[in-house]
Each structure stands twice: as C-alpha cells, then as structure tokens.
Ligand binder design. Structure first.
Ligand code: ADP
Ligand code: MG
Length: 616
C-alpha cells in the first residue's frame, strides 16, 4: 500500500478497453434478462424484416432452446458477420428520433451470442443459396453455406451457459415458458397481418392466423370474451391518437398483466400509462382489481423517446400530461356511454329520470345486454311505478311507521318524527324492501337505496378476504383423501408450500415422487375440482413463488365465490336482516362497490328530492 496507508483501493491494473465479449455480456445483462427477452428481440427482428409468418419454438422454457424462423427479407451472406457484431444495424441511418422499426441499437444478436450458443442462418430472395454463422459465448465462427428458404432462422441454445450467475436467477421452466407466451402475445397484437405460431415440448401450441382485422387478433390473443366485455376507444388530442379496447369494470383481473399498450406499434410498459389506466377506472374498480386493455397510441415519433432503456420497452413522452389526459378521458367517456358510472353520478342520472320523461338508463343497458352485466340490477332502480305500487310491509315488530305508505310525506306529519338512532348512521334506517332486492333506507337528510345482492356479495368477499388474512381458513377434511398425479416439479413446489397452503385450509402432502395426497380443502370453496386447484396453484407458485400470490388467488376465488354464492337477490329480508346488512356495510371498507365495481348503494339527498317535487 502506498504511503503505508491501508486502503481498499489497490490500483493493480492500468486502464484498458474491456474485451469485446465482456462488453457484450454487460450489454446482455440489460437487454437479455430472461428467455422471454431473447424471444422478444428475435421476433422484433423478424417483424422488422417484413416477415408474413413467424414461427417460434422453445424447449426447457427457452433455456434449452429458442428457435425463431421467419420468411422476411433475409440477410446477405456477406453481412452475416456484421449482423452479430456490436452496434451494427441496418435500421438506423440518420437521426435517432425518427425510429420506425422495432430495433435500432444493433445490440441483440451480439448480446445473445455472448451468453449463449447462437446460430444465425439466412437467405435473401435474390441469393441462390443461404449461409450461416455461429457465435458461442462470444466466439464468432466462420460464415458457411447452408441450405435454407428465403428468410431467417435464429437458434439460441443453452442460454446463459456462459454467465452462470444469471442462470441462477431464472424462475423455472414453466414460468419462463409462460413469460415467452406473453411476449409473443404482446407483439402479435400489434401485427395482426403476420401469422405467429409458438410451439415446443414445453407448452401447448399457440397459433394466431393472419388477419386484417385488429379486433380479431385481439380476440385471438386476449380471449374471445374480451371484446364482448369491452368498450371501443377512439379519441385524438393534439396529434396523439388513441384507439383500442378497454374492459367493462365487470371484466377485471386480479393483476395488471392483461394490459397491452402500444406506441406506434411498439409494445411498451410504462408507468405513466399504467397510472392513467388506473385513474380512468378509479371510480369503477376496486383498488385490487385491474382493467384489461389493449391501447394503441399513435403519435409523431419525434414526440416520444423510445431510447430510454436497452430493452426498448420504456418510453418517454414529450407531453406526458397530454397522453395521460387522453387515456383517462377516452376510457371514462366510453365507459360512461356504456352506462358504467360511479354511484354518485348514478344518483344524478336518476334525478334526471325523475325530471325528464325519458330514462337515462335506457342507454345504460346496451342492446342485447353486456355479458357480465345484469340488466336487472340497473334497469330501473327507482321509478314512479315502484313508488305507486304498494310496497311490501315490513315484518311486525319493526314499528308502525313502516306501515305508512310512501305518500308524499304527509301521512306521518302528525307525530313528531321519532328520529331513529340509526338515521344518524351513513346508511340510515331500513324502511322497506322492494322488488325483493332493493332496500330503501332513510338517513337524516337523504334516501338510500341499497342493492342487496351487490352489497351482500361484497360483504361476503371482504369477509372471506379478511379470513384469508387473519387466521387459518377452516378446512373441510375429505372423507377419502384424494391422490392427484402431477409432474414431479409441481408436486415438489406444492409440498414446499404445504404449510402456507394449510393456512388457507388446503391440507396436502407429498405422495410418491409425482403425486400429492390431499386430506382437506378450504371449506369456503365447497365442492371443488381438487386436481384443477392444485394445477393452478402449482402454476402460480412456479411463476411467483410467494404466499402473497396464493393469498391473492384465494382472494380472487373468494371474489368469484362471493359472486356465485350471494343468493340474497330475490330473497325477502326481515327488518333485522336489513338492518344488519346496512350496519355491516358501514363497518366494511370498500363496501360501496360490489366486486365488479358497480355501486352497492346510491344516495339521494332530501334536498334533491325536494327539488324534484318543485319544493325548492
Ligand atoms: P437491431 O435489430 O437493433 O438492428 P440486432 O442485433 O437485433 O440489432 O440485429 C442486427 C441486424 O441483423 C439487423 O439490423 C438486421 O439487419 C439483421 N437481422 C437480424 N435479424 C434479422 C432477421 N430475422 N431478418 C433479417 N435481418 C435480420
Ligand atoms: Mg433487433
């Protein structure tokens, strides 16, 4: 050490340029995070090459093999060596802010080649023969002739074999395989006219036939039900255009994975956009629910920077406020036009109904009805008819006041109105139940109408959720334990989480190398398909490896159960039951909307009612 001073800094080496392979491996650290990143880069290259058809094959979750073949323009033999060299690209000639291709950094192939064994084989339409080049752990081979069709095939084997530290971070074949499918889906949505296939021994094959119709591709990739449960968007502001589809609140998910966003055809993940989507649904969705969307933003490439991160998935907008406003405005408007509105504006709409003749709810029920929408819930929360028809008297013991019909308020004018203690509560005193589903309650200054089915659903959900969190969920022990066969690694994963699962009421243990013996199931699930539940759980654990996910999953199950299990619609409630329901709602956070984001109650202020009758 210099001067006898102890220092961690020991300048044993002089400054020098890093070897090319190390440079590429450093770049790979950012560009190639996991097998799905390789698929993303290779498929993007095929798209940029003008392919009409892209076939992707994987095995071992992409860690063993990824092969992407396309019928695009191909690479001339004399350029193959350049294609795998760093910072060599055919896509960018001039300014970086006029990027129209998906790639532009010239980094993907050399990065992949530095951490795996890569084979690039290609032929242009003009060439009589094809050629190929290999690069393994950074070592570039010679260009050799190869028989092949027009187009390009890239084969990547043994990903990360040259960087074992990165290999250790992989989540397991199944999770990586799932991530690959998501990447393919994400890109496929942006290019409906290209046919995509994804296959391999590690997965069920995927095929997206070429189509001119973007909506058809969306349905292929996101499920046929999505367009049926979504509103179409088309809005523009100051040179930015937004098209696509956004789900009805009733069609929501427990995570944001099903949000597909594109900027000028490039799939992106952007916090600003994610926040805008959340904002658009703020009134319509519970916080733990996420919309399903396919959003396409189109704007002058100069107004968005795509060169923020090597993976090119992040962007920076020149005017973030504009984009945010456009997204929120467009989604909200489309939802409103479809009749989705928060509780408060629902009350306002109802006022309108009283005032004018026409019902504003007429448009709230789309022709034919949306799936997931129960028109019976929304059709006519209150109407003159309902006020006129003799309401159902409450069961005895609830007090005489209840016997008085709604008659304009004069009937009880005699006695000083005995203000029930409960009138002071937010949801007030239940006075009647109408149409076997709506509880009419009064507070000191308003009339409250509760949708008892929706409310009950939410309460059941919250209770189940709370139970999930607080204490072990009760187990229904099975008369005969069920033995479920499954892949060994699934069985291992489940067994490793046995303790957590038991907290949720699922009692299981390993049974042989590839089996699980289930002794009890969560009582709240009732009769269930045990094998299916285990498969789902194993998938989830493979992907996330956390108990938190299991909780969310059970929450989601709870939500679905609550929905199916809420039998209270159409049931006549006794006064005490109504009262109990309202009090429970008051005590339960989040009970203002049902699990699908619809309001569970609406409130009309007395002042508004008086206005309706021209008293003010
Ligand atoms: P970038 O896509 O940013 O240009 P890459 O490393 O991904 O960088 O690719 C380098 C070059 O190799 C591309 O610019 C392109 O000319 C060529 N190339 C790569 N894949 C293909 C393909 N599937 N078809 C035709 N050319 C390709
Ligand atoms: Mg590329």
């Amino acid at each position: 050490m210099r001067g006898g001073c102890e220092s961690r800094y020991d300048r044993a080496m002089s400054i020098r340029q890093l070897p090319e392979t190390v440079i590429n491996q450093i770049a790979a650290g950012e560009v190639i995070e996991r097998p799905a990143s390789v698929v993303k880069e290779l498929v993007e290259n095929a798209v940029d090459a003008g392919a009409r058809r892209i076939d992707i094959a994987t095995s071992g979750g992409g860690l063993t093999l990824i092969r992407v073949s396309d019928d695009g323009g191909g690479i001339p033999a004399h350029e193959l060596a350049l294609a795998v060299a760093r910072h060599c690209t055919s896509k960018l000639s001039g300014a970086i802010d006029d990027i129209r291709s998906l790639g532009f950094r010239g980094e993907a192939l050399p990065s992949i080649g530095s951490v795996a064994r890569l084979l690039l084989r290609s032929r242009t339409a003009e060439a009589a023969d094809g050629a190929e080049i290999r690069i393994e752990g950074g070592a570039v081979g010679k260009v050799r002739p190869a028989a092949t069709n027009t187009g390009t095939t890239v084969e990547v084997r043994d990903l990360f074999y040259a960087t074992p530290a990165r290999l250790k971070f992989m989540k397991g074949e199944r999770a990586e395989g799932t991530a690959i499918a998501d990447v393919v889906r994400r890109i496929a949505i942006a290019f409906p006219e290209i046919r995509f296939t994804l296959s391999g021994p590690d997965r069920l094959p995927l095929e997206f036939a070429a189509t001119r119709d973007r909506l058809k591709r969306i349905a292929q990739a996101m499920g046929e039900e999505f367009p049926q449960n979504a509103v179409a968007l088309d809005a523009a502001r100051e040179g930015v255009r937004l098209t696509g589809h956004a789900s009805l609140p009733s069609y929501s998910r427990a995570n944001a994975l099903q949000q597909y966003v594109y900027v000028n055809g490039r799939p992106i993940r952007d916090r600003l956009v994610a926040a805008a989507i959340r904002g658009a649904y703020a009134d319509a969705l519970a916080r733990d629910r996420h919309a399903v969307v396919a959003l396409f933003l189109e704007l002058d490439p100069a107004l968005v920077d795509v060169n923020v991160h090597p993976a090119k998935a992040e962007v920076r907008f020149r005017d973030p406020g504009l984009v945010r406003g456009l997204i929120i405005g467009a989604i909200r408007e489309a939802l409103a036009a479809a009749g989705v509105r928060p509780a408060t504006s629902g009350a306002a709409a109802m006022l309108g109904a009283f005032r004018g003749g026409g019902s504003p709810y007429a448009h709230a029920i789309p022709a034919g009805g949306h799936r997931g929408f129960n028109p019976g819930h929304r059709a006519a929360p209150v109407s003159y008819d309902m006020l006129r028809s003799p309401y159902r008297p409450l069961t005895p013991g609830f007090g005489e006041q209840a016997e008085a019909p709604f008659d304009g308020g004069g009937a009880r004018g005699d006695a000083a109105p005995a203000v029930a203690e409960t009138d002071k509560r937010p949801l007030g005193t239940p006075r009647a139940q109408v149409h076997e589903n709506y509880i009419i309650a009064q507070t000191r200054d308003s009339l409250v109408i509760v949708d008892q089915h929706a409310a009950h659903e939410r309460l059941v959900y919250e209770a189940l959720k709370a139970a999930n969190e607080a204490r072990p969920a009760p187990t229904q022990m099975l008369l005969l334990p069920e033995i479920v066969d499954m892949p060994q690694d699934d069985a291992e994963r489940l067994a490793a989480h046995a303790e957590t699962l038991q907290r949720f009421g699922l009692v299981l243990e390993r049974f042989g190398p590839a089996g699980i013996r289930v002794a009890g199931t969560p009582a709240m699930l009732g009769e269930i398909d045990v094998a299916r539940l285990l498969a789902d759980l194993a998938d989830e654990i493979a992907e996330q490896d956390t108990a938190e996910t299991l909780r969310q999953r059970l929450d989601a199950i709870a939500s679905r159960m609550a929905c199916h299990g809420s039998v209270r619609s159409g049931r006549r409630l006794r006064a005490e039951e109504m009262d109990a329901l309202l009090r429970q709602m008051e005590a339960t956070p989040g009970s203002g909307t049902c699990n699908h984001g619809r309001p569970t109650f609406i409130e009309l202020k007395l002042a508004d009612i008086e206005r309706l009758f021209g008293r003010r």
